[in-house]
Design a protein. Sequence first.
Length: 560
Amino acid sequence: MKRKIHILIALLSSLTIAVSSCEKALEEIVYSSLTQDIAFTTGENAQGAVDAMYIPLHSLYREPMWMINDIPTDVGVRAYCSEWLNDEQEKVDNIISDVYHCFTQIYSRANDVICIVPTMDDELFDTGGVQSKDLLVAQAKFMRAYAYYELTDIYYQVPLVITNDEKLNEPSTFASIDEIEAQIEADLKACVNDLPKSWERSQAQRPTYGAAEAFLVRLYMRQAGRARLAGDAGKASEKWNAALTEVNNVLALEGEEYQLYPDVWTAFDPTTDEALYNDELIWAVRASRDVHSGSWDLGLMCTPWEYDMGWDCYRCSLELYWSFDPEDTRLTELIVDNYPDVYNDAFPDDQWYYMAPPTIKDVGRCIEILEGMFGPGAMTYDEHSYVSTQKYMFLNTWTYNYDTPNNFPIVRLSDMILCKAEILNELKGPNQESVNLINRIRERAFTNAEHNISLGDYANTDALRSAICDERAWELNSEAMRRPDLIRMGLWKDRYDKYVASQKEKAHWKAINTGNPEGFYDDDFKAYPTDLTENDIRRYFPMPLRETELNPELGYARTF
């Protein structure tokens, strides 16, 4: 039995969903029990099908993509996060299943559009709010490429489905990574010139020419990194050069479509329309201040309740925090490390103050530090084992309204600038152009050139690659990029081993500073894996349990 049209299975006839930015949401056409026999009979059907592809983005970037790409690295924290690296634990985690389901929805809905819309009558399109055939199909090809790019970043190999007549619950097998990436490349190349360079604000959720070029950059960089690690210098060079061509295409739009603002906060500021539509965003999951169905609760995910009444689901690691230069505005403007309790004004006789240890040697002594600042008895003090990002500021303190207008950037201009620096380093070794590109980001972060790096400080490609890796952590933390960056650069094990070593050192200093014997806090780090290998399968996630129960071949038998 052929499955119903994917975009319609999840819809209820009474529900209208919208997913765009600020002034008007991308409205999905709502249908009731619509099957393949009666779907796509009007242009509105086709437009609704395309709009439905964007629906899963809010679910993906509300929490799961952080959990997958930041938490199992050196920049993010979740309770018992190390369990995500224990062989089978991830298979039963709801997030792993939710992510797989969301991306499957996206590519399935895209397949419907790609397969059916070209067969429809031309006069149904480009009229009455319905976009042209070419534009609808271009969006579908981009979204299918995007879905498979992310799926292979997460699981490495997945089944490849590019038709709209696959049968539900039938066994599938892994496609090779080369086959999947060839399809991603073909889709991106097919859509790139049919996508506009920009959309009007009400359509800003949709991908652009620049977004398609940016994903070609990411694809070729990923392939180049994999070839380099496999010792295939010729293929690596070919792919780095391909990435260079595409990143130059993106950066050629700087000044026309994109700009690097002088203040790091501007790319995340949710308080004005101008900031929400800032020109540093190449592609983002959009929210709306004015349309309830276009906003979401992203701001709650990384905001502590005691700080601003958030849910505190995502946290930044102390290791990331300690790695910043104290004068870096990416620290001072975008990281929250100490604060009074939000309820202090309401309860003057019950005051609380929170602080993260300023250095690793201060773990366990924040109460002592705060008592030195405020005096004993002035407040109740609590030491935090994490810090929080302000990239997704929660605006609705005290209102208990959880819909906020935060964007989640999927591609930013600063990311592409650092990508070019990395590409040139891989092709040429340390070079002045790479250094200049990195310094563009650092000058913005420090508001001066006094913290610029110098070419002479880097003896070889490895040294500058490591510096770029660090710069990407400071610039792009909390944007669901860290794990793929570390894998591409061949630094996943290196950085994770250093992170685990830091957990041990924290336990050491905590024991000293609290007057306990050595080893007293060893349980704080014992769950972390210490047996990682350079080509460790745990860099990726296993297929969800439901998928492996239906398709036993979709286990760990992937080809690296």
